[in-house]
Design a protein around this ligand. Structure first.
Ligand code: SF4
Length: 226
């Protein structure tokens, strides 16, 4: 695993747990609004697995109870299963953040919580992520996550004017019937991979609330995170 950084203590990355967040370098997507280009392009200072485990060994059960493995995209690494196994053996809970492009990896992971980014309607995935022919993988990941009982989960969507708005949310909600938790969040134009996204004005609060209501008509367990 190529580790691009850690947050030793986080109160926001794992629901109701104090966690260490580990950022895995590299991503197969190029979402224009991505706020972490250095991590995506593998330009952050790396931390070794040994250093991470040395820290987790000291912190577990004392000031953290969980680990959030984020990215980048962690499922790109074949060593992910073993990495998670080592963390679980330390008695820590594990949450995985993923873009859902590797369902075949998800089936096999011993995790406690998963957060998947469902980015837009399938027809617009390539436009948003820069990756072709990924729709089937996204569908399979959603299908698996929504129908399993092994771990708790949330599905997250970033609202972006002209790319992820009311029309897309309505289409996406068709694929999320029965979902336990869908979180919408407005995109921010502070730091973005594609400089053109800095010019996009995010939806205002009232518009986000309106989109939320549209989503809730089909998916009651939808909320807005600011
Ligand atoms: S937003 Fe997530 S999936 Fe998209 S490029 Fe950034 S890290 Fe990858």
């Amino acid at each position: 695993m190529s580790i691009g950084g850690i947050i030793p203590v986080s109160f926001v990355d794992y629901p109701e747990q104090i966690a260490t967040t580990i950022f895995i370098s590299g991503c197969n997507f190029r979402c224009g609004y991505c706020h972490n280009p250095d991590l995506v392009f593998g330009k952050t200072k790396t931390t070794t697995e040994a250093e991470v485990f040395e820290y987790l060994f000291k912190a577990r059960g004392r000031w953290i109870d969980a680990v959030c493995i984020s990215g980048g995209e962690p499922t790109q690494y074949l060593g992910l299963k073993q990495f998670i196994h080592k963390i679980k053996k330390m008695g820590l809970l594990v949450k995985l953040d993923t873009n859902g492009t590797h369902p075949e990896i998800l089936y096999d992971l011993d995790i406690d919580y998963l957060a998947m980014d469902f980015k837009t309607s399938l027809g617009r995935y390539c436009e948003l992520t820069g990756v072709k022919n990924i729709e089937e993988k996204i569908s399979s990941s959603l299908d698996y996550i929504l129908n399993q009982n092994n771990f708790d989960y949330e599905i997250r969507t970033t609202l972006v004017p002209s790319l992820v708005g009311p029309k897309e949310i309505s289409e996406m909600s068709q694929m999320l019937k029965g979902v336990k938790k869908w979180i919408l969040q407005p995109f921010r134009n502070i730091k973005t991979i594609d400089p053109n996204f800095k010019k996009i004005i995010p939806f205002d609060k009232a518009t986000c609330e309106k989109i939320l209501k549209t989503a809730q008509e089909k998916i009651p367990h939808t909320s807005l995170r600011n």
